[in-house]
Write a protein that binds this ligand. Sequence first.
Ligand SMILES: Cc1cc2nc3c(=O)[nH]c(=O)nc-3n(C[C@H](O)[C@H](O)[C@H](O)COP(=O)(O)O)c2cc1C
Length: 184
Amino acid sequence: MKRCSIIIHSVTGNNYIIATHLEALLEERGIEMRLYRTEDSDLHISANKYESANEYYEEILNVPVATVEKLEKSAMIVLGCPTYFANVSAEMKTFLDSTVDLYASGALEGKQFACFTSCGDSLQDAHMTLEAMRRWAIQMKMTEVPTGDLIHISGEEGRIRPSLDFGKELEAFANKLAAAIEEP
Ligand SMILES: Cc1cc2nc3c(=O)[nH]c(=O)nc-3n(C[C@H](O)[C@H](O)[C@H](O)COP(=O)(O)O)c2cc1C
């Protein structure tokens, strides 16, 4: 069975919510799933400051931390990251930078790739975040699954959670990933 790993950074929980739903959808479609998070040494500070960050704090901490080795074992890698100043977060960038040896060895070449983001209010910023994740995948010579752009808009302090309509978009996204990973 081919493995798909989802790697997220999430502070106020939205990317975490999307990732856990995506994990369930892909499991239902017979795919071996793993969910990992990036390291985040400041998470407890945000959880003390924002109700929205407190809500999923323990659940996020329970997600195992991503390692370079986990990427190597995956046929498909999905990144999920908040839009921070029209880019990926520092935590996600630090994780991506830690994969430099895989760039040198070409270990991710040909693996399938997809990504999503949650942003406050700017689709333009979110597109740039998706592009930043795609640039990493291009550098790694991965193959992007043509899913279209999956963007969640969360409003002030990330309080607007993914809706049922967003869930339908996520299901279409999952269907495309499932079809791609099953290709010989
Ligand atoms: C440091 C910081 C920078 C942000 N920059 C942007 C931005 O440039 N554009 C935007 O639309 N939202 C921005 N946001 C809002 C987040 O993208 C949004 O709250 C997102 O839902 C957080 O994802 P999470 O709930 O998974 O942590 C920013 C939030 C923070 C904390």
